[in-house]
Design a protein around this ligand. Structure first.
Ligand code: ADP
Ligand code: MG
Length: 290
């Protein structure tokens, strides 16, 4: 990546919380016709918290303790929220061996000689676990924009955990401004369709791509590029290939180092509205903007 100092206007942009890594990214942003936003950590605060626990046998604490054990070594924000909730209840978190994370799906760990799996409903369903006992609860929570993860010990369902993550306060206003400029907006997420639709509706985003696995995000971008120039705005490890594929990759400063390294533009203050700031600077330059 190029040194920031060679980019004209970079200093002024940085005053507004926007780092441009190259002059080309600055130019390319002018011609973008679609902006694709990641959901978790980009449109939302990225700090999910446990809102509800649905245990199939009424043993909420056992479910939470086992889920926290399996998630303890995961860096995923959902995993951190589960561990925090277990600690807040003073639960004893059992020891695990053989921790494995499946990106965009969930985690598996051995506890007392049995595999405990925690992940998306789609992940556990793929593994042959019947979710019928919690499916009503899952739908209700997802329709409210929550993300639901499910847990199983061996092939037995333990229950579901619903997590909520607040939409960033400036998201809706920013989407409206982008639309006024004729820029199309889309949301891409590994999360499920119901949750994604709810968040898109709140933010006023036009198009939703849900259930997209990390390895598919870049392919999706490539397809969208047939229709015009595309900017991707993301924060996660999962977003890095899409950030590189995009005509302009924009990373949230609060995001992972891998996403930041993959991006052309970095939003230091992690405000969604800084996307508009970047666009304005790319069009009119900093001084004319004021
Ligand atoms: P996003 O695109 O919203 O950043 P990810 O691709 O990281 O989401 O994950 C997609 C889905 O996979 C999550 O909504 C969740 O259901 C599941 N998932 C991924 N990692 C974990 C984990 N560590 N624990 C539980 N569920 C997970
Ligand atoms: Mg994210």
């Amino acid at each position: 990546s190029a040194p920031l100092s060679i980019v004209r206007g970079a200093g002024e942009a940085a005053d507004h919380g926007v780092l441009m890594r190259t002059g080309e990214s600055f130019q390319a942003l002018r011609r973008v016709t679609t902006m694709v936003f990641d959901k978790t950590g980009t449109l939302t605060e990225g700090r999910p918290a446990v809102r509800d626990i649905i245990s199939v046998d009424g043993e909420e604490d056992t479910l939470l303790a086992l889920a926290a054990a399996a998630e303890a070594a995961s860096e995923h924000p959902l995993a951190r929220a589960v561990v925090e909730a277990a600690l807040a209840r003073d639960l004893t978190i059992p020891d695990v061996t053989d921790f494995q994370a499946q990106s965009g799906r969930g985690v598996t760990a051995q506890i007392d000689g049995e595999p405990v799996r925690v992940g998306s409903p789609a992940f556990l369903t793929e593994l042959g676990i019947d979710l019928a006992l919690v499916s009503d609860g899952i739908e209700t929570a997802e329709d409210q924009g929550q993300t639901v993860i499910v847990a199983a010990r061996g092939d037995r369902l333990l229950g579901a955990i619903a997590l909520g993550d607040a939409l960033r306060t400036d998201a809706a206003e920013t989407m409206q401004q982008l639309h006024e400029l004729g820029i199309r907006t889309a949301l891409v997420t590994g999360d499920n369709e119901r949750t994604a639709r709810h968040i898109a509706r709140l933010a006023g985003i036009e198009t939703v791509h849900a259930g997209v696995l990390p390895e598919q995000k870049a392919d999706l971008l490539r397809e969208m590029q047939h229709e015009g120039r595309v900017a991707m705005i993301g924060d996660g490890i999962n977003d890095a290939p899409a950030l590189m594929q995009a005509d302009v990759g924009i990373a949230m400063g609060s995001g992972t180092d891998i996403a930041i390294d993959a991006a052309d533009i970095i939003i230091l203050n992690s405000r969604v509205s800084s996307v508009m700031t970047a666009w304005r600077i790319s069009h009119w330059g900093y001084r004319k903007m004021l």
